[in-house]
Design a protein around this ligand. Structure first.
Ligand SMILES: Cc1ncc(COP(=O)(O)O)c(C=O)c1O
Length: 361
């Protein structure tokens, strides 16, 4: 059997080894229940404890007070592209978006499908989405402003969030949730497909301010209304129990092993600096994101030719470094260095990159 890889996949992505070990130890007989967590009822005390603990940990990690609800949905972040305008657009009021690449573009498309009054108030399309727009003027009276806090494909990230004059911010945080300290105050809603930084595929974390829930029109299909999930503690129907369980373990690992989000952020900053400092110190590899907009989670770079990129990705895999291929829509290389990717993985990558230049530069 192959030894475990240093896993730089963009999502689904690396999970903490301690979490995988704990799952394995409990998979046949969960906490003395005589059943697997995969087999217990979602109404059982075993699952309810998991769910309550997951909610409590997410609240602590994100510093959420009682104004916020933590919900678990299915349908991925992609369903949130549709549910956000469906639930939160106010009658006669525009919805503001910033377009920072593929995932924002898709969110904009879903709001347009619903014939909302969409205003794209800023975009970085002019430079192939290599930066985060700086000058942003929110439309007066807008229902919300939607941004993508970390752009997984282009390797860019908002460092500070835009000033919105009290208009609620809505953010897709799929690829940077739990990676850095966050002030939740300006946010009306945050969503994240779990499969990058929070757990496995199959569950989407939604954090919503209670007054935003009240915006949901009464005639929405039951499963598309945030109200349903808030009123039923995400258990109107059978929730994705196993995925929520893994998310709970990841949250526990963050709190108890890592030492919380500030400690995680410090590690993430060191890992990212290691890679960017190396990229800046030579001219064989070329980082694709503008330095002021660089992501701490997804480091995107090019080699001199597509052929060298292919060779790099293949030889890296032979050296036990996996998942370094850029997104198929942009090509190139990408190292996703999420929370669960250890510092040693990044160190090994830099050593490999240096070695590759010696042989091919
Ligand atoms: C920032 C961001 N938003 C949304 C998505 C889509 O997520 P899902 O596959 O959960 O719908 C992704 C997936 O990679 C992403 O990186």
């Amino acid at each position: 059997m192959k030894e475990r890889l240093f896993n730089f996949n963009a999502g689904p992505a690396a999970l903490p080894l301690a979490v995988l070990d704990e799952i394995q130890s409990q998979i046949v007989n969960f906490r003395g229940s005589g059943m697997s967590i995969l087999e217990v009822s979602h109404r059982s005390k075993w699952f309810e404890e998991v769910l309550d603990d997951a909610i409590a940990r997410v609240k602590r990690l994100l510093k959420l007070d009682d104004r916020f609800e933590v919900l678990f949905l299915q349908g991925g972040a992609s369903l949130q592209f549709a549910m956000v305008p469906m639930n939160l657009a106010l009658d006669g009021k525009p919805v503001d978006y910033v377009d920072t690449g593929t995932w924002s573009t898709k969110a904009i498309k879903e709001a347009r499908i619903q014939k909302k009054d969409v205003r794209v108030i800023a975009s970085s399309q002019d430079k192939e989405f290599t930066y985060i727009p700086r000058e942003i003027a929110v439309t007066s009276g807008a229902s919300y402003l939607h941004i993508t806090s970390n752009n997984t494909i282009r390797g860019t990230q908002w460092k500070t969030f835009p000033e919105t004059q009290g208009i609620p911010l809505v953010s897709d945080m799929s690829s940077d949730i739990f990676s850095r300290v966050l002030d939740p105050a300006p946010f009306g809603l945050i969503y994240a497909g779990a499969q990058k930084n929070a757990g496995p595929a199959g569950v989407t974390l939604v954090v919503i301010r209670k007054d935003m829930i009240e915006r949901a029109p009464a005639d929405l299909p039951t499963m598309l209304s945030y109200k349903t999930y808030a009123e039923k503690k995400s258990m109107f129907n059978t929730p994705p129990c196993f995925a929520i369980y893994v998310l709970q373990l990841v949250a526990k690992w963050l709190e108890e092993t890592v030492g919380g989000i500030p400690a995680m952020e410090a590690v993430n900053a060191r890992k990212a600096a290691m890679l960017y400092d190396y990229l800046d110190s030579q001219d064989f590899y070329r980082g694709t994101a503008e330095p002021g907009s660089r992501s701490m989670m997804n480091v995107t770079f090019r080699l001199p030719t597509p052929e060298l990129e292919q060779q790099f990705i293949a030889e890296a895999l032979d050296a036990n470094l996996g998942g370094l291929k850029g997104h198929r829509s942009v090509g190139g290389c990408r190292a996703s260095i999420y929370n669960a990717v250890p510092t040693e993985a990044v160190e090994a990558l830099v050593v490999f990159m240096k070695d590759f230049v010696k042989k091919n530069g």
